[in-house]
Design a binder for this molecule. Structure first.
Ligand SMILES: Cc1cc2nc3c(=O)[nH]c(=O)nc-3n(C[C@H](O)[C@H](O)[C@H](O)COP(=O)(O)O)c2cc1C
Length: 325
């Protein structure tokens, strides 16, 4: 059977009515305490038509892990209610909604971070100071932050969680040999570098159970000869596949060396590699803006689901148009 963007698909036990979803994109409109507000409710409700599911922007699990000062967060029970408003507004459009849980690690916003932490004391660039090498207590705290964030995500009514393990933030920092030089059980071998991610996923599963969809976003290339390749990332994922329901394949962010230009479908080859190794639905993203390209990716089985980002910022009904609705 040849799939198209209009074909239904499942993420775990969650049925999606089609294969077009909205990629997570920060809106930089959180309050100073990282609360979501009316802006977010309208922003997401306006874009909930056409797509079968949306992943809301990076949402901080810790006040010390915000990527930007105006990010939203889920690091206290008080954050639940405003997020619930977003969920309800999107559900009214019969669209599923996931939350993206994140911790910036060494790339947490210098403006709102009291103590920068990371796997090893290596600064990202001149704009960020050298992070404190995380102690076992720091690691335990981060795992606890994710556990509580997962509990709150469920309470807010989200249909699933996306773990942000891409773009050079904390979970990728542990995975990558470029930022993780540890010699303890969290560094060195792949099994050790994936340990934090595995422990975070175990903690999340304890909270949400087996049936709740949990997916991950990874950077499948680090654009460095010493960095992770798509095959390395696929190999790391095999250690945590049993906790996951889908993999969302992005790239870059661990070093300030992004490619200057991108072409249509520039990250699809990475998704295709991951798909060879991981037997979960694979989400492709990155300049997939036409039904022809999206359908070709699905027909060739390079990925199972297509995420679109920037066009939805300019035109909230972009997905509907792609679907011919
Ligand atoms: C304004 C903006 C904000 C973004 N914020 C996030 C984010 O919070 N989390 C994330 O994983 N990716 C984020 N991204 C990356 C997008 O999810 C997506 O991968 C990227 O824009 C490529 O897809 P596109 O060509 O369809 O836009 C952001 C991108 C943009 C343009």
């Amino acid at each position: 059977m040849i799939n198209t963007i209009t074909s239904p698909v499942k993420i775990g036990n969650l049925q999606l009515k089609n294969r077009l979803i909205m990629a997570p994109m920060q809106t930089n409109k959180g309050t100073i305490e990282s609360f979501a507000n009316d802006f977010h409710v309208k922003h997401y409700a306006d874009r909930a038509e056409g797509v079968s599911m949306m992943i809301i922007e990076s949402t901080a699990v810790s006040s010390n892990g915000r990527l930007f000062a105006d990010d939203i967060g889920i690091f206290s029970d008080a954050h639940i209610e405003p997020l619930k408003q977003i969920v309800n507004a999107v559900h009214e459009k019969e669209t599923k909604i996931f939350i993206q849980l994140s911790h910036g690690g060494r790339k947490s916003s210098p403006k709102v971070t009291n103590r920068l932490i990371g796997p090893s004391p290596i600064a990202y660039d001149d704009q960020y100071s050298e992070p404190n090498e995380m102690t076992e207590e720091d690691i335990a705290q981060v795992i606890e932050d994710y556990r509580l964030a997962a509990r709150r995500s469920l309470q807010a009514g989200f249909d699933g969680i996306e773990l942000h393990a891409a773009h050079g933030f904390l979970l990728q920092e542990f995975l990558s040999p470029l930022s993780n030089l540890r010699t303890d059980r969290y560094g060195g071998s792949v099994e050790n570098r994936v340990r934090l991610l595995r422990e975070v996923l175990e903690a999340i599963r304890l909270e949400v159970g087996c049936d709740y969809p949990v997916i991950i976003r990874v950077s499948a290339s680090e654009f460095s000869p010493e960095g992770l390749t798509p095959v390395d990332v696929a190999n790391a994922l095999t250690y945590v596949e049993c906790y996951l329901d889908a993999v969302h394949v992005s790239a870059g962010g661990i070093l300030p060396n992004q490619p200057l230009t991108t072409h249509e479908g520039y990250q699809v080859p990475y998704a295709a590699v991951i798909k060879q190794y991981v037997k979960l639905p694979i989400i492709a993203v990155g300049r997939i803006y036409t039904p022809n390209l999206a359908n070709a990716i699905l027909a060739d089985r390079l990925a199972d689901i297509i995420a679109i980002g920037r066009p939805l910022l300019d035109d909230p009904l972009y997905a509907k148009k792609m679907l011919g609705q």
